[in-house]
Design a protein around this ligand. Structure first.
Ligand SMILES: Nc1ncnc2c1ncn2[C@@H]1O[C@H](COP(=O)(O)OP(=O)(O)OP(=O)(O)O)[C@@H](O)[C@H]1O
Ligand SMILES: [Mg+2]
Length: 280
């Protein structure tokens, strides 16, 4: 089932759309560290928000293509987000449908990057690509690669909010100063409205000494980038790792698992900020 009616919005630039339409709230999940729960969090947000009856588009900006997989998108030769970014197909033609939401999928071809895509503002390619369909959605959730590159910057440029998942290990903290610089550079130029909603601790085990250290350091980092560490921490849970293999959202696969309940609590925690009602 589609989350959006296929009624296109013609001939309107993104800027004018911002003023004239009630627009999608765009949330990017980002951290250049690998394996910290970006895709898991993106899929949980997309499925969780869609479950409240909102129209959601997931955008996969990672060449690993995991977001579609996590949401049960069948592998196919259909166009990808790269085809849309390159203008080979219309954005609407690249949108796939899952049981939970619509998705702009990616595959390994995205690793060639968008560097060689048309001239103009390379940092705004995604913004311009989403413009023709953005009016069809209430929320857009963007999953990003474990890198700080042009794709990541494109996500920051189009977003209202950033969520930074962070694993509970000391290595998770290394390199986050670069993330801070990238965010500040986008806020200082192409997207002054970008807000860092918070740092989400994932795979958290409060019983370890390390968890306390990581929590403290995450707090310091949050202060530096003018944000908070979310109250909700996501515990380790085997159901989280198993759900994608079943093509089901974590909420359908194992609603009673502790880590899945954490994601439900996380949705409740951010509901006010993203103006989302009816989170169960
Ligand atoms: N809370 C959790 N409990 C158990 N396993 C988890 C949890 N969160 C994530 N995982 C597992 O850890 C692995 C990495 O998670 P995920 O793919 O979401 O991270 P990522 O940041 O998107 O990784 P990458 O940087 O490679 O894109 C996955 O196998 C996922 O199922
Ligand atoms: Mg990922």
């Amino acid at each position: 089932m589609s989350c959006a009616d296929p009624a296109p919005v013609f001939g309107t630039t993104f800027t004018t759309m911002r003023r004239e339409y009630i627009l999608a709230t765009i949330i990017t999940v980002s951290n250049q560290k690998g394996g910290v729960g970006k895709t898991t969090t993106s899929a949980a947000l997309a499925a969780g928000i869609a479950a409240t009856g909102k129209r959601v588009l997931g955008v996969d900006l990672d060449p690993q293509g995991n977001l579609g997989f996590c949401l049960g998108l069948e592998p196919s030769d259909a166009p990808t987000v790269l085809d849309a970014l390159q203008g080979k197909v219309t954005t609407a033609e690249a949108v796939g449908r899952t049981e939970y939401c619509d998705i702009l999928p990616s595959d390994i071809s995205l690793s060639s990057g968008v560097e060689n895509v048309a001239a103009g503002h390379k940092e705004s390619i995604l913004k311009n690509t989403l413009a023709p369909i953005i009016g069809l959605y209430d929320y857009v959730v963007i999953d990003t690669p474990p890198a700080l590159n042009l794709l990541t910057v494109n996500a920051y440029v189009v977003s209202d909010f950033l969520i930074i998942p962070m694993g509970t290990d000391i290595m998770s903290l290394v390199g986050l100063s670069q993330l801070k610089e990238t965010i500040e550079s986008v806020q200082g130029s192409l997207n002054p409205d970008l807000k860092v909603m918070g740092i989400l601790l994932t795979r958290f085990n409060k019983r370890t000494l390390l968890a306390r250290d990581v929590l403290e350091m995450a707090g310091q980092l949050a202060k530096q980038i003018g944000t908070v560490v979310f109250e909700t921490r996501i515990r380790n849970g085997v159901a989280i790792a198993e759900a994608p293999a079943h093509g089901e959202s974590i909420f359908d696969y194992s609603p009673r698992s502790a880590a899945v309940k954490d994601y439900q609590d996380f949705l409740k925690e951010i509901a006010g900020t993203i103006h989302l009602k009816e989170v169960r």
